[in-house]
Design a protein around this ligand. Structure first.
Ligand SMILES: O=C(O)CCC(=O)C(=O)O
Ligand SMILES: [Fe+2]
Length: 296
């Protein structure tokens, strides 16, 4: 028992250290990084594709329903994967230029997750509050409320957002995995690339004896919405560079009951920021928490 407690304490300390390092990087970046396109840090309607705004208008109208929404999106098989327009071409270009500017700077950089070696954590860059949170709350939630009500689509109350980059001399592909998210939005920002399709298999909690895979092309400026638990990966690109904005959206109401990574009741410990999205963040006296098992 004592050994288990020591292990838990060591893990808590390791997590605290990682959070502390990330907060330090964020502080240095906010003080020292010289932005190239400061306008891309604050979400504006003009960044969003007209088709996306139309979808949001529909989803926030009084009679909105799933059947009506499906007229605006492209659906892939019965896997509950949907393609929809998200950004304008101009925004994607300016955003990539900003990310390249950051990449070329001597600022400290964290890795997006345990699998992607190249990319940018948008929280550290300072985009969470002014861009990703309003995008999730005002625009994405009305859509996910209709598409994924069973996964807390109406109350996705936190996120982890990052950009991943693939190029010939860096990462080429991404192996099969599921996300630490209830719902994921994956938007292709460009640039030009060939191959590099996404593939999707079974839903993690619903495996079939012979898993069926589908390939989905990622189209520039458009996004794919899928369940975080849908097994997926990215095939190797053959040329060019592929940049994607990934938003792992989380519902504390769902994951407080069952951790999506280990399928058990989470063992919560205090954390800073959004933690891993387990506890509603706006209640003042409830500390943020992470589940000890979950993968960073
Ligand atoms: O490269 C992609 O489009 C997939 C990225 C992804 O699945 C992830 O980062 O979780
Ligand atoms: Fe993923």
């Amino acid at each position: 028992m004592a050994a288990v407690l020591r292990e838990i304490e060591a893990e808590v300390q390791r997590r605290k250290h990682l959070v502390h390092q990330s907060a330090e990087r964020k502080a240095i970046i906010s003080q020292c990084y010289k932005r190239k396109h400061s306008e891309v840090y604050t979400l504006q309607d003009s960044f969003l594709a007209p088709g996306f705004l139309e979808i949001v208008r529909y989803c926030t109208s009084p009679d909105a329903n799933l059947h009506g929404l499906l007229r605006y999106t492209e659906s892939f098989s019965d896997k509950r994967i949907f393609r929809l327009p998200v950004f304008t071409e101009e925004f994607c270009q300016a955003f990539i230029e900003e990310l390249e500017n950051f990449e070329q700077s001597d600022m400290p950089k964290g890795r997006p997750n345990s699998m992607n070696n190249y990319g940018v954590l948008l929280n550290e860059l300072g985009m969470d509050e002014s861009f990703i949170t309003p995008l999730r709350e005002k625009y994405l939630r009305p859509i996910t409320a209709l598409l994924y009500p069973d996964l807390g689509g109406a109350c996705l109350d936190s996120h982890k957002a990052f950009v991943v980059k693939y190029s010939l001399h860096e990462d080429l592909d991404l192996s099969s995995h599921y996300d630490n998210a209830e719902v994921t939005l994956n938007v292709s920002l460009g640039k030009d690339f060939t191959e590099g399709n996404l593939y999707f298999g079974d839903f993690r909690q619903d495996p079939s004896p012979v898993p069926s895979y589908i390939e989905v092309e990622h189209v520039g400026t458009q996004g794919l919405l899928h369940r975080g638990g849908q097994i997926h990966g990215a095939l190797p690109i053959a040329s060019g560079e592929r940049w994607n904005l990934i938003i792992w959206m989380r519902s504390s109401a769902i994951r407080n009951q069952l951790c999506p990574m280990c399928n058990q009741k989470p063992q919560l410990v205090e954390a800073e920021g959004f933690g891993d999205g387990f506890t509603e963040t706006c209640e003042e006296d409830v500390p943020e928490t992470v589940d000890l098992c979950s993968v960073w």
